[in-house]
Design a protein around this ligand. Structure first.
Ligand code: SAM
Length: 504
């Protein structure tokens, strides 16, 4: 039988052939590591076969590396992971990316880089060399550094002179990727995750904070103070919202309530594409009305007729309070639940189930974390898992969701969730899981979970003592919940067995 090393090699060989053939067919070129990033260098990935082949090559290469690298080296690389972040931040903050772009493909001697950004050349070279060892920058000749495809993503494409003259506005009007890195690192505002991660163990070893879902515990800033946010387009392409659900299914005039809609990132896209649907975008008063990025201002700029025509209404509403819009066709929540721990999510979702009609649909657009092993229920629903012997979730090449999860833990004492965790949240808040709408090649960062109002209002009005009696009349596969009493009543394995869980 062939060894895992051989199996991985076969996967790589086959995938390289597929990748080359697919890019030839689509007339695209495969990326060159030493050429700065351009959006067109990613065009090959639009072909689904090529994208999958690239994913397999990358996952297999990382797994091969894990097998053949001395474990002490691999372990230490993880132990010292923060060194790489620190080195990157030094380069990001000192505008190395812009300086190198201006130098062109020949690169620049570190003394000349340092002359521009005021850093010590000896030190800068140490950090850049470390990063170059991991293909972030490249040492073209001794002490002469240039960009790689990876490091070039830190480039704001502004002139370095302009940035040195006005560092505060470095990221204004840029593509947003460097800003996203700065979001993680910038000491001026959002370098919290980097520093907070150093205290993760202190938080978890303290009984007062270990199991707490309180947003005030284990997070450095008030959640509202950094909202409303504007999504980086590269992370959440507009198609993610359009593809998330079969919006055509809704009859004309149907109302979609965008709960915690922010500036309306999702509704702006949907309202433009589906003029026959109506939208109610809800957020806190401050997000709707105040500041440069107030929701109302953004709508008036982007689709001026949407509000005046009555297609879109903006409403100040706190989602922890009773939902004023009852019986909407769709309650839609995007990238909100990951800001909150379970107990808070249950409160938000319960307000929605109380307002929903039996025909209402709940759509959650959130990051859906895969397991690091096969997940039978998810694969039945079309979750694409990697071929053996790769990790089912494609391993390290697909770890963006877990990074987001860690960031949510550090920033908001909240989390990203797996399918099981979403089903559990829904069960606890008056909803019944219907489906995950997966499409081939979906990223984990925005997936759509559909739910409907749970048919458990009966259980809520029936006295707790009678639940078990009622449960006997349930179809074998169903369970009955009593939310207020914290009870779950279900059939046991044997006929006529009734299990009552929880206190009543
Ligand atoms: C991560 S943003 C997501 C925004 C939007 N759904 C999107 O995908 O672009 C979270 C949003 O929740 C809003 N929010 C926070 N607390 C809220 C509350 N108690 N009631 C209503 N909205 C709230 C914030 O103002 C922010 O716009």
């Amino acid at each position: 039988m062939s060894t895992p090393i051989r199996q991985l090699l076969v996967l790589i060989t086959q995938a390289v052939e597929t990748l080359e053939a697919a890019s030839q067919t689509s007339g695209t070129t495969l990326p060159d590591l030493h050429t700065p990033f351009t959006p067109s260098s990613e065009a090959f990935r639009a072909n689904a076969e090529a994208a999958e082949a690239a994913r397999i090559i990358s996952a297999a290469a990382l797994q091969l590396e894990a097998i053949v690298t001395p474990p002490l080296v691999s372990l230490y690389r993880t132990v010292a992971g923060h060194f790489r972040s620190a080195a990157l931040r030094i380069c990001l903050e000192s505008n190395v990316a812009e300086i190198l772009r201006e130098a062109g493909p020949e690169g620049l001697h570190v003394k000349d880089i340092a002359a521009k950004n005021g850093q010590d050349p000896e030190r800068l070279a140490r950090f850049m060399r470390y990063l170059a060892t991991h293909h972030v920058f490249r040492e073209i000749s001794p002490n002469v550094f240039g960009h790689t495809r990876i490091s070039s993503m830190l480039d704001t494409h502004k002139s370095s002179a302009e940035i040195f003259a006005d560092p505060e506005h470095k990221h204004d009007g840029t593509m947003g990727l460097a800003a996203l890195a700065a979001h993680q690192y910038s000491p001026a505002s959002l370098d919290e995750t980097f520093k907070a991660s150093a205290y993760a163990w202190e938080t978890l070893s303290d009984p007062a904070t270990r199991g707490s879902g309180d947003p005030a515990k284990g997070k450095p800033k008030d959640i509202v103070s950094i909202s409303p946010w504007k999504e980086p387009k590269q992370l959440y392409p507009p198609e993610a919202v359009l593809n998330a659900y079969d919006w055509d299914r809704l009859s004309p005039g149907s109302l979609v309530v965008d709960v915690g809609g922010g500036v309306g990132t999702a509704s702006l896209i949907l309202a433009a594409k589906f003029p026959e649907l109506k939208f109610l975008v809800q957020d806190l008063e401050s997000a709707i009305e105040q500041g440069k990025k107030a929701s109302r201002k953004v709508w008036n700029e982007q689709i001026p007729t949407a509000i005046s025509s009555g297609q879109v209404t903006l409403q100040a509403h706190d989602f922890f309070t009773p939902q004023p819009q009852t019986g909407a066709a769709v309650y839609f929540i995007k990238n909100v639940l990951h800001d909150w721990s379970d107990e808070y999510c249950v409160k938000i979702l319960s307000q929605l189930s109380a307002a929903a009609a039996p025909a209402s649909t709940l759509l959650l657009l959130e990051c859906l974390l895969p397991l690091a092993t096969n997940d039978p229920s998810a694969s039945e629903e079309g979750l694409q898992e990697a071929p053996a012997p790769l990790l089912a979730n494609y391993g390290g090449t697909n770890d963006m969701g877990y990074m987001l999860d860690f960031a949510m833990f550090l920033m908001f004492n909240s989390q990203e969730r797996t399918r099981m965790q979403f089903v559990n949240l829904l069960e606890r808040s008056g909803w019944e899981f219907v489906a995950v709408h997966r499409r081939p090649g979906d990223s984990t960062s925005v997936q759509c979970i559909e739910a409907k109002k749970a048919a458990r209002t009966l259980a809520q009005i029936v006295p707790t003592a009678q639940l078990a009696v009622l449960a006997r009349n349930l179809p074998q596969s169903k369970s009955l919940h009593n939310v207020d009493g914290g009870l779950k009543v279900q059939h046991g394995k044997k006929r006529n067995d009734i299990i009552v869980k929880g206190a009543g």
